[in-house]
Design a protein around this ligand. Structure first.
Ligand SMILES: C[S@@+](CC[C@H](N)C(=O)[O-])C[C@H]1O[C@@H](n2cnc3c(N)ncnc32)[C@H](O)[C@@H]1O
Length: 218
């Protein structure tokens, strides 16, 4: 399949020719997702006293982050309500070629892709999943989120998704003390997050990547 890429840790990613961007780091899609979105974002909240955790993902994409979130919910036996937005969905045919079920010991990957949009699905006792097929600009949630996976394409490819204005919208949808994680550590991203009301921390990135960001809503 033309868009499919095998990344250096043996997990797949996809390539988007419109934006000339990969969906994940080519040094390792799974390694990147675990390092940034799980270990820096979700896991500390799962290890806190909080009983129910609301997760929002900008860019559902291949479903890799959602799938790891499901696995973490079941492992920690804590309720996670996941919502992802996606403007340009991956087809079910393409999703069926991704090797995530063989590199992550968790059944059910294709349910993420086969399930209906704009519907809450309980995939396990602990994992509730919802995806909305629309742009981030059009998204308006009913509840505040505890954890944000900000996984848009790079600021040079989609600058409109990294502005102070859009990050202010995200901040308004995040509870105070909530955490946003993202792979981009560019200066414009740090400044826009700070201006939007987040306290920004720089962390070591996965593999050869120097830095990634973790930002706490003030
Ligand atoms: C870096 S990829 C996300 C990878 C994804 N988190 C995963 O685990 O596969 C960025 C995603 O954002 C989506 N996207 C681009 N512009 C968008 C927009 N304005 N609103 C919502 N999604 C958008 C793309 O189609 C793509 O799936």
């Amino acid at each position: 399949m033309e868009r499919l890429r095998l990344t250096e840790d043996g997990s797949h990613s996809l390539y988007n020719s419109q934006y000339n961007q990969h969906y994940h780091s080519v040094s390792g899609a799974l390694k990147e997702s675990r390092h940034i979105y799980m270990n820096l974002g979700l896991i500390p909240v799962l290890e806190s006293d909080q009983e129910t955790i609301r997760v929002f993902e900008m860019g559902f994409g291949t479903g890799l982050n959602a799938y790891l979130t499901w696995q973490a919910a079941d492992q920690y036996k804590k309720k996670i309500l996941y919502t992802g937005v996606e403007a340009f969905p991956v087809s079910q045919e393409e999703a069926s070629h991704l090797n995530y079920e063989s590199v992550i010991s968790q059944p059910g990957f294709m349910q993420l892709h086969e399930s209906s949009w704009f519907t809450n699905h309980s995939f396990s006792e602990y994992f509730q999943f919802r995806k909305e097929q629309l742009t981030l600009e059009d998204f308006s949630p009913e509840n505040l989120f505890d954890v944000i996976y900000y996984d848009a394409f790079d600021p040079k490819a989609q600058p409109e998704l990294w502005t102070e204005e859009i990050l202010k919208k995200i901040a308004a949808q995040t509870r105070s003390g909530g955490v946003l994680v993202t792979y981009s550590s560019k200066g414009i991203v740090k400044r826009a997050l700070a201006a939007a009301g987040f306290k920004v921390e720089k962390h070591k990135g996965p593999g050869k990547k120097w830095h990634v960001l973790r930002a706490i809503k003030q």
